[in-house]
Structures are given as C-alpha cells and as structure tokens.
Ligand binder design. Sequence first.
Ligand code: AMP
Length: 432
Amino acid sequence: MSFKSLGLSTELLRALVEQGYSNPTPIQHQAIPVILEGKDLMAGAQTGTGKTAGFALPLLQRLSERSHAAGKGGIAALILTPTRELAAQVEASVSAYGRHLPLKSMVIHGGVNIHPQIQKLRGGVEILVATPGRLLDHAQQRTLDLSRVEILVVDEADRMLDMGFIRDIRRILALLPARRQNLLFFATFSREIEELADELLRSPVLIEVSRRNAPAESVEQLIHPVDRKRKRELLSHLITSNDWRQVLVFTRTKHGANKLTVQLERDGIRAAAIHGNKSQGARTRALADFKHGDVRVLVATDLAARGLNIDQLPHVVNFELPNVCEDYVHRIGRTGRAQHEGTAISLVSIDEREQLKSIERLLKRAIPEEVIVGYEPDPSIGSEAIPNGPMGSDPRREGSRPAGKPLGQSKRPERRQVQNSSRARQRSPFSK
Ligand code: AMP
C-alpha cells in the first residue's frame, strides 16, 4: 500500500518524497482514509508510530480542497497538544507536509511573548497548533476566532487529562462550532478517555495500533455488517482484495459449506469443504491441499473443524455466526496461535444480531464493527428467523434490534483492534 493509493494529492506526495517516506505506517494506513472521508476518529497510537502524519496529511488535504485563498478563510483546523514541545514538533510536521500547499500554519504556546503571536494571527492562519492555556489567553483577549474551525485534533489526549487540562478543553470546545470533524489521539485507553470521547466524538471510527515491536500474538476480531444475500460476494472481495492465501471459513451447516465452496470456486478462488458428510479420505485430502496452499479456502462446519490440526492460521472467517456461543471462541482460537498474528472476521447480517449479543456477553466485550464500503447493509432489509437457528433471531423477541436499523451505525466506534489474549483479560475499553 502506497501513499498514492490512500488518495493523497500530488502536492502532499511530493512533500512525502522529500521527507524520505516511502510507505505509510499502520496508523497512517488506517487513519488517512477515515479522516479523508470526514469521519470522527479515535486512535490509540503512541509516539513513534507516525501518528502525526496520520492526521496531518488528510487534514491538509481536506483543507486544501476548499476554495479560500491562503490565510483568508480563518482558522479551519485546531490541533491541541499537552506540551509546548509537542506543539512545536507537530507544527513543524504540518508545515513540512504542507509545504507545497497554500495553507498557513502556526504554533501557539505559553512561555513566550504573546505579541508576536497576535501579529502572526492577524496575518491569517488556517491551521493552528496550540497548548490549551495560551489558546484560552488569546480567546479571552479576542485575538483569535475559533468559530470557523472545521477539524479539531486532540493529540495525546491521555496526557492532557493527566496534566489536568480537562476544564480547559471543555472551555475550548465551547468556542468551536458544533459541526466539525473531531480526531482524538491517545496512547493509553482509560475511562476518562472514554468519557472525553463520548463528549467529543460522533459515531467515531476507532483504530488501535500497537507499539512497534509489541509481541505479535494478537487476534484481531472484527465484524463486517452485511446483508445476508451479499455475504458470499463480500467474502470473495475480502479474500481477493486483501490477498488472503489461507482462510478457514465457518458455516453453520454442511449444505451451506458445500454451496459456499462451489460459489467461491466460481469466483475463481480455490476452495474445499470439510464436514461430516465427507469421507475421511476427502477430508484428509482437503486439509493437505489447504496446508500446502493448493486450496486457498477451507470451508468447514464446527464439528468437522474440531479435529483439525492446523496451527497459526492467519485468517478465520465466520461466514455465519455459530449456533453455540462457545463455538465462536473455538473458531477464533484457530488463528493467532503461537505468537503469530491472526484475524477473525465475522460477516454478520441483521438476522444474527441476537447471536452476536450473546457472543459479546460471553466475551464480556463488544467486537468492533467495520462496514465495508460498497457492502453497507440495506436499511430496508429486516431480520428473518434463521432456519434451525440457535437462540432464535426472531425480530419480535424482546431486546432484539429493531428491523431496519443497520449494524455499524451505533454510537459505538466502528472498529477496534483487539488486544492480545493476556491483555484481553484486563478491562476492555468497550466492555459492557
Ligand atoms: P510520530 O509518531 O508522529 O511522532 O512520528 C515518528 C517519526 O516517524 C517521525 O520522526 C516521523 O518523521 C517519522 N515518520 C512518520 N511517518 C513516516 C513514514 N511513513 N515513513 C517513515 N517515517 C515516518
């Protein structure tokens, strides 16, 4: 993945070449498209992950797409940082990345004479990087106008809270227009961050990037909400667009496993089914082909998968959620073994909402959701009972989600990278 494919403009790409950056870091890869789409974001990322460019690049791009002449549109982006040093550093990055764009940035922090800052503000600035205290001094003296801010970035929010800036932040928020894009960055999640996120963000996307060199033993669990009839299409899309080479896919029924295998083959993806109706010979062959890479997708039912001895699978996909919650845990336990990273993805239709709730109750945590562009659930499609389904997905059941409300549009962040198993035992950021 290159910076170009993330949709950055030629001016920004040029600046990146000059910086010597060739490829985006994981946080940049995840955050840039979300910010370019105009969504609110909360991102768990430490210093050193490239988080500054992760927000600065899309912010510059969004502002440069507007039609104001340089310095004439007022302050359009406000970046708050806890310390002077960080403010100066962030502003230096913003001006380096934006050097070929007609946007003016400046830094404001305490400890220096306020008058040169006032002079510079008068000249017109689009991007302001500031520490809270000095920013409020300016606001009180009416030497700056925050009423046209379109994008707010709170960088190192956890440090800001530790330093007691919460009241200052609230006072600053009161000076901003209600309609704006909000980006919240933090290194460590806490209840306070969660509360701030609740105040600040609207339907945020959550991204967590582990520290570089963190032990790679995590299983990333993710839900892709999708209409029941489009699951196969989405699965093929995920396999080909991500170039997944070895995927174990779970279906609820043997018939479902056979049908999906045929359809994947039709899509040009080598697949084999493995379930109770297959002879031992056929199962062994399918498994051997899968292990050797001749078969890319192994479609299995829960029972058949029990005996499978495949370690370190990179990808497990729940094409359908299991009838029994505990089977979810067994299924995802097939990936991310022995210090290898893995992803466990569930394609969840509106019918499976109750099952999902039960699984999340068992896990004592919510699984992050990410709607894939082009596969958004159709809000007009209601829930249907699953034939031979588990705990029943009758939409009339008490507590079930009203039909027609698509998944992934709740206030809860769309996406979350799940911590490794040892951390998972700690309180999860979004546990209920
Ligand atoms: P940050 O986490 O934003 O403080 O960035 C850490 C360091 O990584 C800074 O020195 C950046 O200049 C550098 N950096 C950020 N993005 C990239 C990239 N895509 N390639 C190489 N270096 C980068």
